[in-house]
Design a protein around this ligand. Sequence first.
Ligand code: ZN
Length: 248
Amino acid sequence: MPSGKTGRRVASAVASVEQKPAARPIAIILFGSPGSGKGTQSKYIVEWLKIPQISTGDMLREHIRRGDEIGRAVADRMKAGLLVPDELVNRMVFERVQQPDCERGFILDGYPRTLAQAEEMVSVLDVRGTSQVVIHLVVDYNVIISRMSGRRVCPKCGTLYNAVARPPKVEGICDLDGTPLVIRDDDREEVVRERLLQYERQTRPVIEFFRATIDRVIEVDASGAGPEAVFERIRGELREVLGQDRIR
Ligand SMILES: [Zn+2]
C-alpha cells in the first residue's frame, strides 16, 4: 500500500530540494465521463503545452493493427469477450511514457480506468519523480443526456447535427442533401444512460483514490460553459500548479 498523502508530501518535498521542481515532468490525468468534452480539452492542452496526449484506446487499436505481441494478446482477449488485463495496459502506458517526446510531460486520456491501474500508476510515477495533476471534468449527467440524445446524423453523407448546438435548417432534414436524419444507436437515451452508469461505477473508486493520494485534483465544472471557456478555467488552474516560469 502507498504510504498515504502525508508520506508522499514529505517525499516530494525532499525530491524538490534535490532537483528543481520546474524541471520535473508532469502527468496530466484527464478524467471525464462520455460526453464531457474530454477529447476537445485534451487537444487544447496538447496545443498549449506541446506535450503528447496518450490515449490507451488509440494505443490498443494501434497494437492490434500492427499485430505485435501486445496486439495479439489484446485481440484474443477481446474476441473471447474478456477485459484487457491491468498489467498489460500498465505496461503499454509505461513503455509509452519513456519515449523522448514525454520528457517534459504528457496527458493521460482514458487511463487509469481501474483502481488497480491507478495504484500502479501513482507508485511508478512517484518513483520517477513525475508530478501528477488530475483534471476532473464534471458535467451534470442530465446535460450530457440532452446533449447526446439531441444528436442526429445524415445516413447518406454522415453530417452530424445537434438539436441545440447545430440544428439543421429544416428540422429532421439534412441541409446538404435533404435526407431525413436519424439517431445513431450510440446516441439513444437508454444507451447514453447505461454508458454513464458504467462510467460512474468504474471511475468513482479511482477518483476517490486520487483525492486521497494526489495533492492536486482539480474539479472543473464543464456543464454550462462552451469548450473554450472550460479550457480557460483549466489553463488558469494548471498555470497555478505548474508555476508561471515553466509555461507561457
Ligand atoms: Zn446529408
